[in-house]
Design a protein around this ligand. Structure first.
Ligand SMILES: Cc1ncc(COP(=O)(O)O)c(C=O)c1O
Length: 454
């Protein structure tokens, strides 16, 4: 098959000569530990297209790791940032308050799930939102325990890392980790033990969680359970709704706060404005970041007013938290998401991607699982003969994709899941060109790796 290109062009090679020179400088001046998924040096970006320093044009199915539901540089967002920068860039909310902070706090309190009075603190990053949600939960409950889940990801700070459950590269030799953090088992339907029906498996997982409360930590020591409604870094794993609702009910019964980490799932990605709505839960606290502001660094914790008010003045916050530029960008982004009902578009995008890969799965047994919620779709690759996660194949595939003009990332503890984080404003034509590049690259990689394909 050939790629019918309308939007992409990689004639300079990825990386091209200018990119290659910058990579040399990057290696000289930026530490090794800062990972780079692609060798792309961005010159400009708009919508779903990134143009690199060599003039290559690539489709962006990574969206800055799920940050760009409204795409790159939406004009009204850029305009709002410029206007704010003209007025003032920063006054620090703790020193000089400003209206966009209040407007965004009000907006988030109104649009997040939960029919109760809410308040919002604004911060800078996803990890910082998680840190603050935990501090607030501990202060409110007077308890210390925090329960997260296997394969969960909550950031790279010490506490974020402690709650995270992928050792390499996130935690390896970086301990000791924060005390009073516990990991419960997260369901993984695609890998359930042979012979168990879906319902039996869900019963088993709930039983396991109740066991965990007997063997690991008592409910009255737990301040909060933190859960990604759909696991992101862990491999785009969608838990069964009954499991999530049951954990939520156990929390309610035992005075444990439920924190939904919607840093990756929020703002329309999963087919609802927030994934918690799909799971029919009203979290006590919600952490948000990524697609909140089209790439301007800002994050939030929104929660029940009485919980959010537990810390005393000065106990939460920070110099840059809720910067004016982030606030005005977020307000514009949310307005666009609501006006264009982008969560509905997420469902259409997800259906297209799943259809494409379900068809391919018929002929390519290396495609083990096609799953997801809304546009948050993951494709898991497993060697059909050895049953081992096809990590090398997925690494080769993401590389071949960017060489062919498509940026896409992997996920999962074995890095054998291809994950889709396309902007939700992507056109059908762009989406199809990206999928064509992906199919073409998959053929190339399978051919090269001589994988057994029947
Ligand atoms: C669910 C979740 N929580 C927290 C984080 C950490 O966010 P940040 O990288 O902005 O600190 C991420 C980032 O991928 C995430 O996906």
């Amino acid at each position: 098959m050939a790629i019918n290109r309308k939007f992409t062009n990689v004639s300079a090679g990825v990386p091209g000569p200018k990119g290659a020179k910058l990579i040399e400088l990057r290696n000289q001046y930026v530490p090794n530990g800062v990972g780079n998924n692609t060798p792309v040096f961005v010159e400009k970006a708009h919508g779903s297209i990134i143009e690199d320093v060599d003039g290559n044009r690539l489709l962006d199915f990574a969206g800055a790791i799920g940050t760009l539901n409204v795409g790159h540089t939406p004009e009204h967002v850029v305009q709002a940032i410029k206007q704010q920068a003209d007025q003032f860039i920063h006054s620090c909310f703790h020193v000089g308050m400003y209206k966009p902070y209040i407007d965004l706090a009000k907006k988030l309190s109104n649009i997040t799930p939960g029919h109760f009075s809410k308040k919002t603190i604004l911060l800078n990053s996803g990890a910082e939102a998680v840190e603050n949600a935990v501090k607030i939960a501990r202060k409110f409950t007077g308890r210390s325990g925090i329960v997260s889940f296997t394969r969960g990801f909550h950031g790279r700070t010490l506490l974020g890392m402690s709650l995270t459950s992928k050792v390499k590269p996130y935690k390896y030799k970086m301990g000791p980790f924060a005390p009073a953090t516990y990991k419960a088992q997260f369901p993984y339907l695609a890998n359930r033990p042979n012979g168990l029906t879906e319902e039996e498996y869900i019963d088993f997982c709930i039983h396991q969680f109740n066991d965990f409360l007997l063997t690991e930590v008592s409910p009255d020591e737990i301040a909060a359970v933190i859960m990604e409604p759909v696991q992101g870094e862990g491999g785009f794993i969608v838990p069964p709704k009954r499991f999530v609702k049951e954990i939520y009910a156990i929390c309610k019964k035992n005075g444990i706060l439920f924190i939904a980490d919607e840093v990756q799932t929020g703002f329309g990605r999963t087919g609802e404005l927030f994934a918690s709505t799909y799971f029919e839960i009203e979290p006590d606290l919600i952490t948000m970041s990524k697609s909140i502001a089209a790439g301007v660094p800002i994050s939030a914790v929104t929660g029940r007013s009485e919980i959010m008010d537990a810390p005393s003045p000065g106990e939460i916050g920070g110099t840059y938290g809720g910067s004016p530029l982030g606030c005005v960008a977020a307000l514009e982004v949310i307005e666009q998401i609501e006006k264009e009902r982008l969560w509905e578009r997420a469902n259409t995008i997800g259906t297209t991607i799943k259809k494409c890969f379900n068809e391919l799965k018929e002929e390519l047994p290396i495609i083990y699982d096609v799953r997801g919620l809304g546009a948050m779709v993951g494709i898991e690759f497993v060697d059909p003969i050895t049953r081992q996660p096809a990590k090398e194949l997925v690494a080769a595939l993401t590389k071949t994709c960017y060489e062919n003009g498509l940026i896409i990332l992997s996920a999962g503890v074995h890095s054998n899941v291809l994950r889709f984080l396309t902007p939700l404003i992507i056109s059908d034509e762009e989406l199809n060109e990206g999928l064509d590049i992906l199919k073409f690259s998959l053929q190339q990689v399978i051919g090269k790796h001589k994988t057994e394909v029947k």
